[in-house]
Ligand binder design. Structure first.
Ligand SMILES: [Zn+2]
Length: 132
């Protein structure tokens, strides 16, 4: 009875297929257990549990298990921050001493720039998703 919400698409399937559903749900849990793996520590050479995370440390000596992965992630974060900063610098500034007409003009330019940034951010996001 619990599985009825999952069966919307399989109304035309024979009864044997319906009975197989609970078994399929149980088998979905198997890959989660297998996600934990081991990795050899680069500092002491012992094997430690590793959850594919660059932050994970060796159980024996406390060294980072994947220094290259951690470094790569840091570089990625720095690059993302740098790109964000560059986009902010490109935005025209409005000063308190600007006349109302100047402010109005600058607001229009800002609106245009923000639209452009949105498009650029979207392209970066698409490239990131495709590359990842
Ligand atoms: Zn170690």
């Amino acid at each position: 009875m619990l599985f009825i919400p999952f069966l919307n698409k399989s109304e035309n399937l024979p009864e044997s297929a319906v009975r197989a559903v609970p078994l399929r749900i149980i088998s979905l849990h198997a890959p989660i257990k297998m996600a934990v793996s081991t990795r050899k520590c680069p500092a002491c050479g012992q094997w430690s549990n590793w959850s594919q995370n660059p932050d994970d440390k060796c159980e024996h000596c406390g060294s980072i298990l994947d220094p290259q992965g951690l470094r790569a992630r840091q570089l990625q974060e720095e690059e993302a921050l740098r790109q964000k900063k560059n986009l902010n610098i490109a935005l025209i500034e409005i000063y308190p001493y600007d006349s109302s007409l100047t402010r109005f003009g600058k607001r229009i330019v800002q609106g245009f720039q923000l639209t452009l940034m949105g498009i650029i951010s979207f392209i970066i996001w698409v490239v990131t998703v495709l590359a990842g």
